[in-house]
Design a protein. Structure first.
Length: 119
């Protein structure tokens, strides 16, 4: 049980570090809060909530992994290295890809509600 609690403490420390120290973490949490607020105002369906929350989790989770990869690469070498560039670019690309798809999903979910409200 102590190992489990230690694991939870370490994970919480990582989450805290990410949101306190990483600009992209703070940006992502603001975007997530906006999406949640819009979902509340529009009273989206339960399944739509699940999809929005999965998108938020994927984007923030990948952003956290990207941050970890960047720190690991920085620890390995401060100098430019073409392989490290590829690693960092692909990790950043994963975040960007999921962000684009999540935005499209948000449009698909939110726009019909907004159009209905405008009628």
């Amino acid at each position: 049980m102590n190992k489990f609690l230690d694991s939870v403490r370490f994970a919480n420390a990582g989450i805290t570090y990410f949101f306190r120290n990483e600009k992209n973490g703070r940006i992502q949490i603001v975007v997530a809060a906006i999406a949640i607020a819009v979902g509340i105002v529009l009273k989206i369906a339960v399944l739509e909530w699940c999809i929005i929350l999965i998108c938020i989790a994927l984007v923030i989770g990948l952003e956290m992994m990207n941050t970890a990869i960047e720190h690991l690469c920085k620890m390995l070498s401060e100098d430019y290295h073409p392989t490290i560039k590829i690693i960092k670019d692909v990790a950043a690309g994963a975040v960007w890809w999921v962000s684009i798809i999540s935005f499209i999903i948000g449009v698909v979910i939110f726009v019909p509600y907004l159009l209905f409200m405008l009628k």
